[in-house]
Design a protein around this ligand. Structure first.
Ligand code: C2E
Ligand code: CA
Ligand code: CA
Length: 509
């Protein structure tokens, strides 16, 4: 700013001088115009000539000086704005290009004609939030700056940009092969995972990297970015801390997921979903009026779509909440026709993570006059049960109101028996994979027997899922399970429809 003000001030100064010279010239020209009135052979002529010449010289000098002044000022201004521009194009924390300038750079790379490939790596730092929360924002900032420094060292030929928060991108022009790109990505990850001391804090950082190569994986900036992003998304789902190259199959899966997402919304509105009920029987195989509710989707063109396919897609958005509410409402309404004592409903981790979930759940039970003890909520083992977690608060609200909770798929998740100490569960459901293997695998059998023992000690029901044969039934009885569920006792089935009325009957009704 200071330099611009100085330039402006000196311009005013020059303008004043120029003005004086121009006025002088005008005066001389006026005097010259009245030359007829001058006496013949007067000294006026001589004086006027000198004056005019001097003024002309002064004016010329001024014009020359102004030209040099203008040139040097412009040069100065250009240097100044270039310095300012550098500040805008690079991120002040990490020195990486800003998002806009990085994308600009990428567009320029795509517009250049070269027969070499363009490589792109989308780098997403893992656990920045945890670093910020544990060690403060200064440590988080240092970690981000370190990440960029590591990228620059491990892949010096790449251009680094910060796309936002903890997301970075590296662009490689004139890349010779896919292998070189993958090796650069791996080198970044390896270098990053070396322990580092940041402002006195020993940290081991990690990142997930999505990799794509133009033109094979995308022949324009937008497609290449979207595909690297997709690879990154897949990498995060697979457990982070890895390099994931884009693969065409990924985009097929993604298209399928998008199709499901779009259609499922409509299916809920159009009532294309139904709920099937599968009996959970006692250890003798006798029906006791308890069922598990399992959602079904009969698509008009695609036929039956399995919940194993559409629940994970619904979990990516708030669709799972709409779906969950719909299933619960339907179960509560159908309970009477099923003459069920109680019905288990599956509740996804994503639903439990939503503030207000328990209140909405209890609201639906109240709306439909459903007694609280008639519903059991099945949750999977992957739910975090730390005291301050929102999942825990939702579960406690439901339990305090009188809704029972069962652990589903026990043994399939990564959690331990610690789960049983945290909550007063009503039942443990042993994952089907253990039942299938029980006769062949002594470890499976031992786990079933151990869980049955724990259940007895804690007075919790132990349900074996996926029982298909008499042999399995006998083994599970011997192991001490309390309940059984599986095709042997009944497949999931829709409520028997009320028989269609004949036109005659309808007239009478
Ligand atoms: P899950 O809760 O473990 O449900 C048991 C699954 O095993 C059901 O598959 C059921 O049909 C199947 N099954 C039952 N007995 C047998 C058997 O003897 N043999 C074999 N091979 N399979 C048996 P389904 O209905 O396809 O459901 C798959 C998963 O989808 C469920 O697993 C559950 O996690 C989820 N799900 C289903 N309905 C809902 C729902 O309304 N909400 C949520 N959030 N998830 C649901
Ligand atoms: Ca279940
Ligand atoms: Ca299960």
């Amino acid at each position: 700013m200071l330099a611009e003000r100085e330039i402006a001030a000196s311009f005013l100064h020059y303008r004043r001088l120029l003005g004086v010279a121009a006025l002088g010239l005008i005066a001389a020209m006026v005097a010259f115009a009245f030359r007829e009135t001058w006496p013949e052979g007067s000294r006026h002529w001589e004086v006027a000539g000198w004056l005019l010449g001097a003024l002309l010289l002064a004016l010329l000098g001024m014009v020359g000086a102004t030209y040099y002044w203008f040139r040097s000022s412009m040069r100065h201004l250009i240097q100044l704005s270039q310095a300012r521009l550098r500040m805008v194009v690079t991120d002040s924390l990490t020195g990486a290009l800003t998002r806009a300038s990085f994308l600009d750079h990428m567009r320029r790379a795509f517009s250049g004609t070269t027969d070499k490939s363009i490589g792109y790596i989308h780098v997403d730092m893992d656990n920045l939030k945890i670093i910020n929360d544990t060690y403060g924002h200064k440590a988080g900032d240092a970690a981000l700056a370190h990440l960029v420094a590591v990228i620059r060292r491990a892949a010096p030929e790449g251009v680094v940009g910060r796309l936002g928060g903890d997301e970075f991108a590296v662009l490689f022009e004139n890349l010779s092969s896919r292998e070189v790109l993958a090796a650069s990505a791996q080198a970044i990850l390896d270098a990053l995972s070396r322990p580092v001391d940041l402002k006195g804090i020993a940290l081991q950082l990690s990142a997930t990297l999505g990799v794509a190569l133009a033109p094979e994986d995308g022949d324009c900036v937008e497609t290449l970015l979207a595909n690297a992003d997709l690879a990154l998304y897949v990498g995060k789902g697979a457990g982070r801390g890895r390099v994931v190259p884009f693969d065409r199959e990924m985009s097929k899966d993604e298209q399928q997921a998008r199709f499901i997402e779009r259609e499922l919304r409509g299916a809920i509105l159009l009532d294309q979903l139904t709920v099937h009920y599968q009996p959970i029987v006692d250890i003798q195989g006798q029906k006791i009026g308890h069922y598990e509710a399992l959602v079904r989707w009969q698509h008009p063109y695609r036929g039956m779509i399995s919940p194993a396919d559409f629940i994970p897609v619904a979990e990516r958005s708030t669709l799972i909440d709409t779906l969950g509410d719909w299933v619960l409402r339907r179960v509560c309404r159908e309970r009477a026709s099923l003459e069920a004592v109680s019905i288990s409903v599956n509740v996804s981790l994503m639903q439990l993570r939503r503030a207000g979930f328990a209140q909405r759940f209890l609201g639906i039970l109240a709306d439909t006059d459903t007694p609280l003890e008639a519903i059991v909520v099945e949750i999977t083992e992957t739910v975090r049960l730390s005291a301050d977690a929102i999942e825990m608060r939702n579960l406690e609200l439901l339990m305090d109101a009188g809704v029972r909770i069962a652990i589903d798929d026990f043994g399939s998740g990564a959690t331990s028996l610690d789960y049983l100490r945290r909550l007063r569960f009503d039942a443990i459901k042993i994952d089907r994979s253990y039942i299938v293997n029980a006769s062949l695998d002594p470890v499976s059998m031992a786990l079933i027997a151990a869980v049955a023992n724990i259940g007895r000690a804690l007075d919790i029901k132990v349900v074996a899922e996926g029982v298909e044969t008499e042999e399995q039934k006998r083994m599970l009885q011997a192991a001490g399970c309390t309940h059984l569920q599986g095709y042997l006792f009944g497949r999931p089935q829709a409520l028997p429809r009320a028989p269609e009325m004949t036109p005659a009957q309808r007239r009478v009704a």
